[in-house]
Write a protein that binds this ligand. Structure first.
Ligand code: R5P
Length: 317
């Protein structure tokens, strides 16, 4: 197996390679002045299972070069082409909310599935879709971050109350709460625009003495967390800690959350960010191993033996 890191995903690729006894290399990416891209895989791929490691935040910028790279791997003789995307984009547009809109979760799934044989990700935003298999015809593995988050909470937050900001957060809030042995609650959210969010919390009296932990899968503008923190304050609860799986953090979102009454913000490392404190790479490696085994791909460093030494030295093997 060869892991090919998207620029910036070297750490993830190196961890996966280390855990799986595979090789890794960084994808060379050049942007021409006219905006087109050139991609190059600096390692031998013939006969190997080639797995790209790329978190799909900023997807519009990344997807086309990634598809070019997958295509190159296949043309150059890769036996399988897979994708480890710790954050999977476009899952939230899971219905035609207004006439004429694209259901991009479906379109994006079709696009990725046309280039990759399998996909490994972490907590995809499943709301109206219940399973990745409803969207992706290729083999998929969705890693749950809940055990790692619960472990972090058990060590770092005493008397936690896990609070989800909306109905769909119940799936991971309930799981984390059970694993962390803490009570939980879910708010109701109404979103009227990208930055117009309102949330409501009911039944808070029994939670006196608890430290609220706002738990969400994605933080983007931070408006959901800010509205939820305000609702907790209104209910007389202490300022919350915020734990999120995917740290998208647009613009000054993090700063506004900390100014807006959140005492601490902690995220998993699915998207590289200064708040990353929960590592999911070992769980991703486990899931990748399962995917690779079930697609018949052999994980073996020895597959690199038939490669000329000059090529070796250019790749980070
Ligand atoms: C949506 O349902 C997600 O679970 C998050 O709550 C949402 O993406 C957060 O977005 P923002 O930070 O922009 O409010």
């Amino acid at each position: 197996m060869l892991i090919v890191a998207w620029p910036g995903a070297a750490r993830l690729a190196a961890t996966l390679a280390d855990k799986l006894g595979a090789d890794w290399s960084e994808l060379a990416l050049h942007r021409f002045p006219d905006g087109e891209s050139l991609v190059r895989i600096d390692a031998p791929v013939r006969g190997r299972c080639v797995v790209f490691a790329a978190s799909l935040n900023n997807p519009d910028e990344k997807t086309l070069p990634l598809l070019f790279a997958a295509d190159a791997a296949r043309e150059l003789g890769a036996s399988q082409v897979g994708l480890v995307a710790p954050y999977l984009a476009y899952m939230r547009q899971d219905r035609r909310f207004n006439p004429g809109e694209a259901v991009t979760s479906r379109s994006y799934a079709r696009l990725l599935s046309s280039s990759f044989d399998f996909l490994v990700t972490v907590d995809p935003h499943l709301h109206r879709w219940h399973d990745l298999g409803e969207l992706y015809p290729i083999r998929t593995q969705a890693v749950a971050s809940a055990p790692a988050i619960a472990q972090w909470l058990r060590r770092r937050v005493k008397n936690a109350l896990i609070v989800g900001p909306d109905a769909e957060s119940e799936q991971w809030v309930a799981q984390v709460a059970q694993l962390a042995d803490a009570p939980w609650a879910v708010m109701t959210k109404t979103r009227r625009g990208d930055r117009q969010v309102a949330v409501k919390l009911r039944g808070h009296k029994q939670w006196a003495g608890r430290t609220p932990v706002l738990l969400d899968d994605i933080v983007s503008t931070g408006e959901t967390v800010l509205a939820a923190a305000a609702a907790l304050k209104k209910a007389g609860l202490p300022a919350p800690v915020c734990v999120a799986v995917h740290a998208l953090f647009e613009g000054d979102a993090l700063w506004r959350m900390l100014e807006g009454g959140v005492t601490k913000v902690v995220t998993s490392d699915t998207v590289a960010h200064s708040t990353n404190a929960i590592s999911l790479a070992p769980l991703l490696a486990k899931a990748l191993r399962q995917c690779a085994i079930s697609t018949g791909s052999v994980i073996d460093r020895n597959t690199v033996r038939d490669v000329p030494p000059s090529t070796h030295s250019r790749a980070r093997l």
